[in-house]
Design a protein around this ligand. Structure first.
Ligand code: DC
Length: 664
């Protein structure tokens, strides 16, 4: 199966529900490595299943560690007591920093010959500070490509017995984590001094807590130095559970804060060892209502209804802070996120990526070496007429963050959505379960069935927007006529469809700045529309234009393929029809009212001619290969042959009410 190029998130009205979080990436990969280095067998429960944990699992297996999948996210790891059975191996570790850095440290202090590489981006992420510390301890590490960056070649260490090494703390906390996790492999005591301000301190807390669970207590002097005493050895704790991922929780909490809520996440809470749970405090500062228990958190919108901007040092929540940058789109004022220099050396240059994509959503963004400042557009959260396409830079957090933008009531397209697999493979499925899309009522049916009138009246009663999709095909036919484009010149017509400027204002319709008159409703125009509508490229070109009509609070759309193609997720689907004879009569009356009747032939002959036309058009609309007129599964039939317009409208509204009760 090939990965989809993009996912379209429909405009969203609200978020509400409960999500059970997948396991934490940071904890999963630490536990896997510690279990492998331990004496004894460890059973790990609730392990995260993702690209990054797969990198660690594959790496450990390549090193000869027995890792057995028990099903239901449980694994049994047989520890190798600090000595990997395989002494010569090449490891490919993707873009998983939580696998690459600690494995580098552990293998560098071991006795073997190894090569470690990753994806191109991994080879751009610095590692010199870690390598420097390891070399001081006697490691033999060579850069295979660029000095200071992976890939690396490691030969057996000639241990120096050095008792003090230093490592920089201000580039990535993973360097310190990696060193600390590897030190119990040595026989002597080693102290690590941290140079510069240590960033992402909560991740060091996770490291220390996990090492303690495996029997190694690190002595520390605040955040300045850490000592692993001689004789420290990892011992399996037997069974260990992985907490839910607090960084992943941020997207759902943010959804609750933006989209009314409440959204509840289960798997992390106040008892968590992960620093990113503090994201909830940041949301509270923005006005969100937060509740929390040991193992759960819940967010809902501010009582005032409006989130406020904030100015925050984000050193303690580097990953979850990205989510705040998108929440800033929904907040009053300018949000400044400070002390986030580490964003620049993550999966991508996150400061730059975030700034670029936020600008697509109309925000004014200032980007600094270690900060980002976001001001939503002055007119509130406004998006262009069609969904903006968000690029994700092979960064799972970009994809997850920007899914929240759809809560602005206009859909977003997320490119390369598969990148979420790094930490949260089924993110979009979980997201879809807690959000409520702007509702669509799709009314499809044949020509002259009265669906347009019924749809328009239903929309007015519900206070919803209305889309007359047939008008787009008719407008294209008119535009083709004006530009002298033949009705079967597919690519030219598609080009025209993509560029025509259409505007609906009440019952008035504008094409390229000119108001369109009754010619749009003529039989001739309908016949031309039916011809251009068979062309697949034309239909594709009109797709986004039609979807752009879906806006809060809702949409009633009529046409032929509303339920099947344009809004397959429509909450209510109606197939509205009437006998061909009834339709011919209705069309005749309509034309007479507009003074466009075929008077010269007399009424009987006119109706007969209309009946013939209608049958021909039915045939063409239902037999064409793309998006044929059909009653799709899930669409309820509404035969209006014996109904008045008012009765038909009431029936549609009754179905809407029933649907809403079912959804509750
Ligand atoms: O609904 P209408 O009569 O305005 O439609 C005009 C033509 O456009 C009709 O022949 C079928 C085509 N059409 C379509 O193919 N798909 C739609 N969603 C709407 C109309």
């Amino acid at each position: 199966m090939t990965a989809p190029e993009f996912i379209d998130i429909p405009p969203l009205l609200a978020a509400r529900g409960t999500v059970r979080l997948p396991g934490s990436k940071s904890i999963s990969n630490r536990i896997l490595l510690l279990a492998a280095l331990s004496q004894g067998v460890t059973e790990i429960r609730d392990l995260l299943h993702s690209d990054d944990t797969q990198c660690m699992l594959d790496g450990l297996r390549t090193l000869g560690v027995s890792v057995e999948a028990l099903g239901d996210n449980a694994y049994r790891v047989t520890g190798c007591g600090g000595k990997f059975p395989v002494r010569e191996a090449k490891l490919f570790l993707g873009n998983a920093g939580t696998a690459f850095r600690p494995l580098t440290a552990v293998l560098a202090l071991a006795d073997g010959h190894y090569e470690l590489s990753g994806v191109a981006r991994m080879h751009e992420r610095p590692i010199a500070d870690l390598v420097g510390g390891l070399r001081d301890l006697g490691a033999d590490i060579r850069y295979l490509d660029n000095e200071g960056f992976p890939p690396l070649e490691i030969h057996s260490a000639r241990l120096s017995g050095v008792a003090r090494v230093s490592v920089r703390g201000d580039v990535s906390s993973q360097f310190l984590t990696a060193l600390l996790m590897a030190l119990p492999l040595l026989d002597h005591e080693v102290t690590v001094d941290v140079e510069g301000e240590l960033i992402s301190k909560p991740y060091i807390e996770i490291t220390l807590a996990m090492m303690a669970r495996f029997g190694v207590t690190v002595r520390r002097d605040g955040w300045r130095s850490f000592t692993v005493t001689a004789g420290s050895r990892y011992v399996s704790p037997g069974v260990i559970y992985v907490e839910g991922d607090a960084s992943s929780a941020s997207y759902f909490l943010a959804a609750g804060a933006i989209g009314r809520g409440p959204v509840r996440i289960e798997g992390v809470g106040s008892a968590s060892i992960q620093g990113d749970v503090r994201f909830a405090d940041a949301l509270a500062l923005m006005g969100a209502q937060i509740e929390m228990g040991a193992n759960w958190m819940e967010a809902r919108a501010p009582q005032s209804g409006k989130l406020k901007a904030l100015d925050l040092d984000c050193n303690h929540i580097p990953d979850a802070a990205m989510t705040l940058a998108v929440v800033a789109l929904f907040a009053e004022g300018t949000t400044t996120l400070r002390n986030i220099a580490s964003w620049r050396v993550k999966e991508t240059d996150r400061i730059h990526a975030m700034a670029t994509e936020l600008r697509k959503l109309g925000a004014t963004v200032e980007e600094g070496a270690d900060y980002i400042r976001v001001t939503p557009s002055a007119t509130g959260y406004k998006l262009p007429a069609t969904s903006p396409a968000i690029d994700t830079y092979d960064d799972h957090r970009m994809a997850m963050c920007f899914s929240l933008a759809a809560l602005g009531g206009v859909g977003v397209r997320i490119n390369d959505p598969q990148c979420v697999a790094k930490t949260f493979p089924d993110y979009f499925e979980h997201f879809a379960k807690v959000v409520r899309a702007v509702p669509v009522i799709a009314i499809d049916g044949p020509s002259a069935s009265g669906k347009g009138t019924v749809a328009q009246l239903a929309a007015a009663q519900l206070g919803f927007h209305y889309l007359d999709s047939g008008a787009l095909y008719r407008l294209l036919a008119l535009a083709a006529q004006q530009h002298g484009v033949a009705l079967d010149a597919e690519s030219q017509l598609a080009e025209l469809a993509a560029h025509m400027d259409i505007r609906f204002e009440g019952t008035d319709i504008w094409l390229d700045g000119e108001r369109v008159g009754d010619e749009l409703r003529s039989e001739q125009c309908a016949a031309m529309a039916s011809r251009v509508a068979v062309l697949p490229m034309v239909r594709a070109a009109l797709l986004d234009k039609q979807r752009a009509f879906r806006r809060a609070p809702g949409l009633v759309a009529d046409g032929r393929d509303m339920a099947s193609v344009v809004f397959p997720d429509a909450g209510l689907k109606v197939f509205l029809t009437a006998s061909a004879e009834a339709r011919a009569e209705r069309r005749y009356k309509q034309l007479m009212e507009k003074g466009m009747g075929l008077m010269e032939k007399g009424m009987g002959a006119s109706i007969a001619a209309l009946l013939q036309d209608i049958r021909a058009r039915d045939e063409r609309d239902s037999k064409r290969s793309v998006a044929p007129l059909q009653q799709v599964p899930g669409a309820g039939l509404l035969d209006t042959t014996d109904l008045t317009i008012e009765q038909a409208v009431q029936e549609v509204l009754a179905r809407v009410r029933r649907q809403m009760t079912d959804d509750r």
